[in-house]
Design a protein around this ligand. Structure first.
Ligand SMILES: Nc1ncnc2c1ncn2[C@@H]1O[C@H](COP(=O)(O)OP(=O)(O)OP(=O)(O)O)[C@@H](O)[C@H]1O
Ligand SMILES: [Mg+2]
Length: 263
């Protein structure tokens, strides 16, 4: 599924009646089966953009189009959040099956599908546990299993690994790459980590300060399948340096605007 983001703007009302402009006439596209990472300064509007793509919010102006054949009967998009967003009183397997339940899939079938996805993420053994019994990494595995079990056309991920420890993060990155290489969903993945973006993405979209728009789009040149060895490639260091500079400029611009009271 190709995503076309065409001149999209979004703001929020402020207490004083004025409007905080968050996404400002942003245009870009994500190709079918592409893995795109989005980086940008804190508070620039990344999550807002994801919410627009996930249909949780409507743009004030502009248009978002999903172009391509819809598969079976999964949803258009499914979101993996940083804080897992699991339902606390449901078992892990019933959390993962939740989307299928909403679609009226039979109890037997949805548990079957949920268990397959738990196995895929290596947490089958926790099927009957409650979310609070799991570590952060395990919960995030469940969050990913839940998003994939509903079989979406597009997977939207909002800093999914930001809350887990570094070692778990490494594992989850590898697992996500493996799963993605098998199912090839279109993925839009927000991250604060340039290294993570360079490891995961086909392309990196750099967003600027609020009201955010695309500053730069970079194709990541490393062949797949990838592993951590990409960090040894001289181009990795080169791109990392370049992206850091971009991000630093955008962050400074944001702080400058803040200091001048523009926002
Ligand atoms: N529902 C809302 N109502 C009012 N303001 C909001 C709302 N959601 C977000 N904002 C504001 O919009 C701006 C962008 O928020 P958003 O969460 O999209 O940024 P972000 O890039 O995801 O930030 P972070 O890097 O912290 O994850 C922030 O200033 C935030 O305070
Ligand atoms: Mg955010």
């Amino acid at each position: 599924m190709r995503i076309e983001i065409d001149n999209v703007a979004k703001g929020y009302p402020r207490a004083d009646g004025s409007r905080l402009s968050v996404v400002g006439n942003l245009s870009t596209a994500v190709e079918a089966q592409e893995f795109v990472c989005v980086i940008g300064p804190s508070g620039c509007g990344k999550s807002t953009l994801l919410g627009l793509l996930g249909g949780l919010r409507r743009p004030d102006s502009g248009e978002i189009r999903f172009v391509g054949e819809r598969g079976a009967d999964g949803p258009l998009t499914s979101i993996v959040w940083q804080d897992y967003a699991l339902i606390p009183w449901r078992s892990i397997v019933d959390n993962v099956a939740f989307g299928l339940e909403l679609r009226g899939v039979s109890a037997r079938r949805r548990r079957e599908v949920a268990r397959e996805h738990l196995a895929m993420m290596g947490i089958e053994a926790f099927a009957d546990a409650k979310p609070h019994e799991l570590s952060g990494g395990m919960r995030q595995r469940a969050g990913i299993a839940r998003a994939l079990a509903s079989d979406p056309e597009v997977l939207l991920m909002d800093e999914p690994f930001a809350a887990v420890d570094a070692q778990t993060r490494t594992l989850l990155q590898d697992e996500l790459l493996q799963v993605w290489s098998r199912n090839r969903k279109t993925v839009l993945f927000i991250t604060h980590s340039i290294e993570e973006a360079l490891l995961l993405a086909d392309r990196i979209i750099v967003l600027g300060p609020r009201p955010t728009r695309v500053v730069e789009e970079i194709r990541v040149p490393f062949p797949r399948p990838r592993d951590r060895d990409v960090e040894l490639d001289p181009r990795f260091t080169e791109l990392k340096r370049h992206l850091w500079a971009q991000l630093r400029d955008a962050t400074l611009a944001a702080e400058w605007a803040e200091a001048k009271g523009e926002r």
